[in-house]
Ligand binder design. Sequence first.
Ligand SMILES: *Cc1c(COP(=O)(O)O)cnc(C)c1O
Length: 848
Amino acid sequence: MLPSRGEVEGRVQNQTDFKEAFDALRELALDVRWSWSHATDTIWQALDAEMWALTRNPWAIMRSVARDRIRTLLSDPEFSTNLNAQLAESRRLRLAPGWFQETHPNSGLRTVAYFSAEFMLDEALPLYSGGLGNVAGDQLKAASDLGVPVVGVGLLYARGYFRQSITPDGRQEALYPVNEPDQLPLRPLREPSGEWLRLELELPGYRLWVRTWEVQVGRTKLFLLDLNDPANPPAYRCITSELYGDGPETRLKQEMVLGIGGWRLLRAIGLNPEICHLNEGHVAFATLERARFFMQDHGVPFAEALLATRAGNLFTTHTAVTEGVDRFPPDMMARFFRRYAEKELGISVEEFLALGRSDPRNASEPFNMAYLAVRASGAVTGVSAPHERVSKLVFRPLFPRWPLAEVPIGHVTNGVHVPTWDSAAADTFWTEVAGKDRWRGDLAGHEAAIRDAPPARIWQMRTEGRRQLVEEVRGRCARQLAEDGAPEAEIDAVHAIFDSDALTLGFARRFATYKRPDLLLFDPERLVHLLTDRQRPVQLIVAGKAHPRDIASQALIKLWTDFTKREDVRSRVVFLRDYNMQLAQQLVQGVDVWINTPRRPWEASGTSGMKVLVNGGLNLSEIDGWWAEAFAPDVGWAIGDGGEHDDIIDLDRREAVELYAHLERDVVPEFYERDASGVPLRWVDRIRESMARLTPRFSANRAVREYTEDFYLPGVRAHAARTAKGGEAAHALCQWKAQVSRCWPHVHFGEIRTTTADGEHVFSVEVYLGDVPVESVRVELYADAVGRWPVFKGGMERLLPAIPSDGWNLYSAHVPAERPVSDFTARIVPFHPDLSVPLEAGEILWQR
Ligand SMILES: *Cc1c(COP(=O)(O)O)cnc(C)c1O
């Protein structure tokens, strides 16, 4: 029987409905906003509950779900209404003006390109190893929340970073499951014609195809590159297989693909970012390709192009030691870059290599990527206040003869993307007190709002978070035992470990010796004593990976796994395998206290401790990195004296004792001190202060606003000034710099005279400037910090000469005669209103 006309129309209608719904689901599944907004969770759960529980990857669900399942769900009005509402909301959020549009209209900032070797956005897109990727991912998300026009640029690693398994006898095994692009929430980046955008890149003797991808991150995008293209020879297809996986040559090739290929990608899709933010030195080649495009666009030489564009580059360093930076042997660099330097940049290989050396004339010095980044940027930042100081030591060789304090490095303290790390219970609580859009604008009212919350309400949130975690710990332990082939009875027994109401400590991080993951085990019996107290029990969760080549840290994992097998503590302490983003989320949402024990001053910032704040967790940590800024006695506990010590054996012993003492004396008693209704009031006071004061301050929202206002926007203005009219200003600045460095060797001091009268020292000094114009220098009086005296720095005034004086000038200054004359010395430094000194002109001449 033929279908009636009505039936045909109905079917066509259903077809279009289905297609629309299917497209809506695809759109939502491909926007990783689901990693921090749980509004669409019910949709994925309805499509495939099991897959959702196991992977939390909506795109993997979309790739496998049957069309009939979708059809069935669509006939449920509740499901369709929700789907339409979520799609509308996601589109609204992408287009609505954000904090940036409202606060900085007409700023001239259209695009910030954020380059990073790692991005930690979600476990469904595992392209990270740890903290560096965390910072990148969280900032990208916060930029989306705030409307700051950031695009990320990174690599798509076919096998990512290693995954951890532990053998029954406690050895770490490194596993490399494949990231199938098909299952990842990304899609090929297509040209308007529909063709997949592929870029070309030259390596010596080869032309490579670089594939391109895009990930939707709320209103921002992350672009990824990889080489796993069938058109490439096999050895080259594997270059982008692993993150930090292979030797230096692979690393160098990865960095070429990311830096050079990354900038080409942006240009190929019509973006010409005003700001390029380099997240660590790995990505510094982007600055060269940016300069090359400027050369090509305006027909200027490399030096001018670099000077013009660097005003729009910002370099953020994350390492605390020189050894932490990528350095490549000169011959390897020459092999890979000779052609690029000579043909593309029009400079010699020697000039090229000098960009990555502290001493440009030292032909044996390796090429340091962070040095290149400093030389090619308009500003440099560390990631916390202590890290700014440490970084000054790392980069001091680039600014010889400058006082350490004047090494041009600032800082923006890291922050975490709060909605990514809060628990469902914390989300509900914060929504009650601070509203739904609380992380999308400035955070002015949050502190007061949290202070108003009743103690019982805070404690309820905390208890829910802990209970959830205890369930997860049991489930994970059962799976671990099953993996080991344990008998069923033993697996069942796991459901009795841990106590939902007991004080829960968490310690999870990369196992590296400087992080001292064994500090808690310094005196195992003292720890056992804490854990097994019958009245006031304590439970501890430990997790962490050690680098596959770091044998010493792998031994520390075994130390812990052996400890967890002791009969007396096995129901109180667990080692959870494969520390990753998902496990980190579960831990920071549930623990009462997060412990961190790095050896000072190695922790540049640290971010895991920030993740517990929103959930009402408290920190017990070494005074280093962010905690050096955040700690106050009413928000948590600190170990260490904030100084550095050479005798590390003695230091470790002392700090271990401090750690136990805090736990025994402060943490445990306070947690178990309850009022009539069972609420630990002093503990809740502490939570309230920690949540109210620290959560907003250590959020990525604050960090991104700070980057925007203190660096991106000034960078836009400087960059616009230098690049206007084909780089006229940059051309003039280049000539100015050349003149200053040409004439500098002739600049010298003549006589200096001092008199003291009426409580004042008067210094007058003769200065020979030769052909350097007087307006191109500053003559300054300087004194180091001595005892209670801080550093003194003041300009000296030029006295007009009575007779013209062939290059000689007289400068003078008055200072209060509080410090001895011998503390003071004069110095000459270059000065130009449009150049940053010493970052861009590092000459300095001391009188003595
Ligand atoms: C947050 C996080 C880190 C960084 O933590 P720190 O120990 O503070 O450096 C590393 N790995 C994972 C999986 C994280 O979630």
